[in-house]
Design a protein around this ligand. Structure first.
Ligand SMILES: Cc1cc2nc3c(=O)[nH]c(=O)nc-3n(C[C@H](O)[C@H](O)[C@H](O)COP(=O)(O)OP(=O)(O)OC[C@H]3O[C@@H](n4cnc5c(N)ncnc54)[C@H](O)[C@@H]3O)c2cc1C
Length: 443
């Protein structure tokens, strides 16, 4: 018998399974897709391994870096020594860079030279940054807060929106002030929190390592194995029914799936009605990734952020993976409501035209191939009040635990949040099953 069953093999489920396996708890993880990774999975395309979604970390993501270290794959992500973000705007390149100054001051010199804004707008942005660093929030959007703090529409468009759209997958007008403050305070306002972590290999290799880690410690990881129902005896979990007809006994079950996959797993239980009803009110936002292959190098940087352009974030996948540079780009379009339902040819046509405008070097390059990847429910929107809709790891049924980036981690919908949730749920499941005697062995 597996003492703990984990349902879902994304970052949350794998972090839970690794923690349990490390602590000697018999664990079995079931993932319904044919591969691990969930929203961070990889796939094969024309001889290359690509990620369904291009991901980055920031150096404040300490649970994520700890997880990679535990698996022995910390080299899969390369952190900048200090924050340095090339910004492309109206054909000009400027760099938002950390200076060797303490706290929020590390951004001061760079913001004072931030060319997409007028000098007055830069000073106003610095004042707003200082207010954000020290202030306490009320229940309002970041957009409302910015306008109360004297930020022009252009400053929102050219500075604040690029930050929150890239990190929270929603514009300032939708994001709650609490979430914006978290990202800015823990990340951008700290010299040691803001550096970007760029993955140098497909994310699937991290999940391969996690699977080996669990299996080497006696755990089981099965893909292509959907759970159809958590099984209860009264107010206690007793196992999981799989879609292929098997039943797995368990003392505890960690459901590490998004909320829309949780409801069918647990069925209509009154103890969970409020949790499920609240979670169904979380709003989810799309991300569209566009892979572009050119006949020759087009980008000078390994990544860049465009402002005031249809293009948002640009990553040079060749360079990130140490394979020369500049031919294979990924454009990551967050808060992508305007892109998600458009035809591939339109999406590619408009973005390539915008890219050529941004990168003078790109004007005479030829597009060789393209691939559009759509994620309708990429991350939830951390709108004002959304934290109240996120459940904790443990709910009122004995042995049932929740994990996933959408649960109450204090973090936005990220790898970091997912890993924290998985580790937290595993710790709770361990302490609950510890108090139960181990079942007699059949051997
Ligand atoms: C395009 C894109 C870009 C992103 N960029 C970033 C980024 O740059 N940085 C960052 O930190 N985060 C980013 N994110 C968010 C990040 O991917 C997620 O926060 C994280 O992967 C969520 O992990 P999870 O384990 O909570 O959920 P998921 O990854 O959704 O995993 C849940 C798993 O449960 C499985 N499952 C569901 N139902 C069942 C069932 N009945 N039986 C068995 N298995 C089941 C699913 O198949 C899935 O594999 C991005 C997301 C997307 C989509």
């Amino acid at each position: 018998m597996s003492r703990v069953v984990v349902i879902g093999g994304g970052f949350a489920g794998m972090a839970a399974a690794c923690r349990l396996a490390n602590d000697g708890v018999p664990v079995a993880l079931y993932e319904r897709a044919p591969r691990l990774g969930g929203r961070a999975a990889s796939f094969e395309y024309e001889g290359e391994t690509l990620d369904y979604g291009h991901h980055i970390l920031m150096s404040c993501c300490t649970a994520a870096t700890g997880f990679l270290e535990r698996l022995g794959v910390e080299e899969t992500v390369r952190f900048q020594d200090y924050l340095s973000i090339p910004i492309l705007c109206e054909g000009e390149r400027t760099v938002l860079r950390s200076a060797p100054l303490p706290g929020i001051l590390h951004l001061l010199p760079s913001l004072l030279r931030y060319r997409p804004l007028s000098f007055g707008e830069r000073l106003a942005a610095l004042r707003a940054g200082a207010a954000l660093a020290v202030g306490r929030g009320r229940n309002e959007t970041f957009g409302a807060w910015l306008s109360r703090h004297g930020q022009s529409e252009r400053a929102v468009r050219r500075l604040w929106n690029p930050v929150v759209v890239a990190t929270l997958n929603a514009p300032a007008g939708k994001v709650g002030i609490a979430a914006a403050r978290k990202v800015l305070r823990d990340g951008f306002f700290q010299p040691d929190g803001a550096a970007m972590g760029l993955f140098t290999v497909p994310l699937g290799s991290i999940f391969d390592a996690a699977r080996k880690y669990v299996e080497a410690r006696g755990g089981l990881v099965e893909v292509g194995a959907a759970a159809s129902r958590v099984l209860f005896d009264g107010n206690r979990v007793i196992g999981v029914a799989l879609a292929d007809g098997r039943t797995v006994d368990a003392e505890a079950v960690i459901c590490a799936v998004p909320p829309n996959a949780l409801a069918p797993l647990v069925g209509p239980r009154p103890e969970l009605a409020n949790t499920l009803a609240a979670a169904s009110r979380l709003e989810w936002a799309p991300i569209v990734n566009v892979h572009l292959w050119f006949d020759r190098p087009i980008l000078d940087d390994e990544f860049a952020i465009a402002v005031d352009s249809p293009v948002q974030a640009i990553f040079d996948l060749d360079r990130l993976r140490g394979q020369g540079g500049g031919r294979h780009l990924v454009l990551s379009q967050s808060a992508a409501d305007a892109w998600i339902d458009r035809a591939d040819t339109e999406v590619v046509g408009e973005l390539v035209a915008a890219l050529r405008n941004l990168l003078r070097a790109g004007r005479d390059t030829r597009l060789v191939n393209s691939l559009v990847l759509r994620h309708r429910r990429a991350t939830f929107v951390p709108s004002p009040g959304s934290d109240a809709l996120r459940p904790g790891a443990h709910i009122t049924i004995g042995g049932l635990f929740l994990a996933g980036d959408w649960t109450a981690t204090g973090w936005p919908s990220t790898i970091e949040g997912a890993i924290r949730s998985g580790i937290g749920a595993a710790a709770r499941a361990e302490s609950e099953t510890e108090s139960q005697p181990l079942p007699a062995s059949d051997d």
